[in-house]
Design a protein around this ligand. Structure first.
Ligand code: RP5
Length: 181
């Protein structure tokens, strides 16, 4: 599949991982109601050919399962965790406390507070438990950051990211040159 940086991402047929490959990224969420927000990020992972696994690990409704998944992620071969949650969004921070892997939190706009509650819950982690935080509902950037992290040790993803950025630059410059005509 070609990389389409600034165009509308193609809708994945279903939120299914790249099959028959060991997942490198775990994409998890507090509730299946978060899944629509994750679709754009899943599409990016698929465009880049990143094998991923999906799960629901609620910090409040399934705390023991959440901790088990975080604890076992590295042994499964997972390199990065993307965790989406809304409201009192403890999921990314709690998973981060249970694994040495990098965790990227996606604040989901799920309440009347428009996602500010989720954003602050994720970004304001105490010293010692770093948890990367992207913008509200911005699963695209979570996926791109995960791929950049993979790119530090997997040349294929480093090269693909470089091409993605070059294509994005080219597209914007082309749009600008049309405006200047
Ligand atoms: C959080 O509560 C989830 O991450 C979700 O964003 C929010 C609402 O969950 P549901 O009530 O829709 O299951 O735990």
């Amino acid at each position: 599949e070609t990389l389409r940086p600034t165009q509308e991402p193609a809708k994945p047929q279903a939120a299914q991982p790249v099959p028959s490959e060991k997942p490198l990224v775990l994409v998890t969420m507090g509730s299946d109601s978060d899944l629509p927000v994750l679709k754009a990020g899943l599409d990016i992972l698929r465009q880049f050919g990143v094998p991923y696994a999906l799960d629901i690990t609620s910090a409040h409704r399934t705390p023991r399962y959440m901790m088990k998944v975080a604890d076992e992620a590295a042994a499964r071969g997972i390199k990065v965790i993307i965790a989406a949650a809304g409201g009192a969004a403890h999921l990314p921070g709690m998973m981060s406390s249970e694994t040495p892997l990098p965790v990227i939190g996606v604040p989901v706009k799920a309440t009347h507070l428009d996602g500010i509650d989720s954003l602050l819950s994720i970004v304001q982690m105490p010293r010692g438990i770093p948890t990367a935080t992207v913008g509200i509902n911005n699963s695209t950037n979570a996926a791109l950051l995960a791929i950049r992290i993979l790119g530090t040790s997997i040349p294929e993803f480093f090269t693909k990211m470089k091409k993605y950025q070059e294509k994005m630059e080219e597209e914007v410059l082309t749009k600008g040159s049309k405006l200047r005509e």
